[in-house]
Design a protein around this ligand. Sequence first.
Ligand code: NAD
Length: 255
Amino acid sequence: MPLMPVRTPLPNRPVALVTGSTSGIGAAIARRLAGDGFALVLHSRSSAQAGQALAQELGAAVYIQADLAQDAERVRLVREATAAWGRLDVLVNNAGISQVIAHADLAAATPEIWQAMHEVNVIAPFRLVALAEPALRDAAHGGRPACVVNISSHAGVRPKGASIPYAASKAALNHMTRLLALSLAPAIRVNAVAPGLVDTPLTQSWVQAQQLWRERAPMGRAARPEDVAQAVALLLASDYLTGEILLSDGGLNLT
Ligand code: NAD
């Protein structure tokens, strides 16, 4: 695949790569960061048309397609993302996969499911941070660290979630967030947002979970993708926060 032309970085405009940003939570994060003045690199595994359309809508944005289950694709994504604007200040590891499996049905959680979940939800975010580290270090300046934000899940904090392999992968992502925060400070801050239920096309049919959030969450509703995007923006704006796992569940954990 040909390398994209280098675009002239706009003066003082930071650049953010948001993985999985053509739908759901990732698209809301991209819109929010564009509104906050970032130039964007959008990404997804498929749906290139939606990616190009969103890039056009946001203006200062390019779209790159890559399968994050493949290491060569991760390498290409970071290379092209860094080349796109000539710098990289922020990496949001939002892309993730999930599968609903009853927790008591141990046989249904096959090794293949465990491996696929780990590959995309744990190994891919780690590799993207490793590959982006030089560019992120270059972007850190004047006491302003570069930033990584991982989109985790409340399922990685409490014994809940769509399936045990999914919850365990998000718990691994949370622990990795703290370990990377320690290793990469002070040049790069690493934090995570751990949403509870979020209203996306995927969760529209999760009737029981919707009811749980309406009845038990102090905020009385599931999150909107924009709520998660706001939490990401908060972490990006807070120069002193690192290693935090920001639970964004409308207070459900309190009840
Ligand atoms: P979504 O299915 O709308 O988006 C997932 C994105 O990940 C897509 O853009 C897809 O292209 C990308 N992706 C998946 N597999 C990939 C691969 N192999 N290579 C490259 N990209 C890949 O889902 P969403 O609900 O917006 O979820 C976004 C993130 O938020 C995920 O990490 C998810 O685990 C997390 N999350 C979601 C909820 C929820 O209720 N929706 C709750 C907690 C956490």
